[in-house]
Design a protein around this ligand. Structure first.
Ligand SMILES: [Zn+2]
Length: 85
């Protein structure tokens, strides 16, 4: 969670000072600043966090939640964080 907040801080900072830059340029700068592995991990967590918040707002489960496993697999208990935290 801490790295997600740091990622958001860095992102906000870059967005604030990056008029005219594309998102790809901003990503490259963040990547250089944080280190690629850490950046990609933080970005992944950030996007997962956003998805989780969106599904909570809509009061629905994430599209990859186990409650949507069928028909490929039996449905399982929620694992997206919408319920049962
Ligand atoms: Zn769920």
């Amino acid at each position: 969670m801490k790295d997600v907040l740091q990622f958001m801080d860095n992102l906000a900072e870059f967005l604030g000072s990056s008029e005219g830059q594309t998102i790809e340029e901003i990503r490259a700068e963040l990547c250089a600043e944080m280190g690629e592995a850490q950046f990609l991990e933080a970005e992944r967590k950030f996007l997962a966090f956003i998805e989780e918040q969106k599904s909570k707002l809509k009061n629905t489960h994430a599209s990859d939640c186990a409650v949507h496993n069928e028909p490929a697999y039996p449905n399982g208990p929620c694992n997206c964080g919408m319920t049962g935290e």
